[in-house]
Design a protein around this ligand. Sequence first.
Ligand code: FES
Ligand code: FES
Length: 167
Amino acid sequence: MQQPQQKSVGKKEVTLTINGRKENLSILPWVSLLDLLRDHLDLTGTKKGCDHGQCGACTVLCDGKRILSCLTLAVMKNGSEITSIEGIAEVELHPIQQAFIDHDAFQCGYCTPGQICSAIGMLQEGKANSRAEVQELMSGNLCRCGANIGIIDAIMQVKDGGSYEQL
Ligand code: FES
Ligand code: FES
């Protein structure tokens, strides 16, 4: 019996600026931004935890706002500027990165890239006025190692010092 012909879905042309570098890409329309970063561009600093929008490990910045890259199709972000953990700092550590070291804000480190991107995005949103609000606004980023107190301490150090950079 003759098989029904499958319609082939073509690749799409997408231009993204990733960590300051312009990339012209040809990708299938269902490729997530997370998979694009990790599997196509070898930017493996962004982590895949749940792949379902529940853990925050895949958080990156898109035009300065934090997003979950596992829930984002790369084609949706055509023309955008993406910053992953690899692009957060060039020579010196970003103040948030230094604060994470100062406060032992990690153990295994798997959640850390997402925590750092999320913290920078959260501070840029300017909505958190207290420790409780920082905690609430960071609640989408889970840490299975239980480093949460150190993470919030680190963010508060930067927030109170006002020393975070706009990305
Ligand atoms: Fe994206 Fe968990 S991997 S939220
Ligand atoms: Fe291990 Fe957060 S440091 S999951």
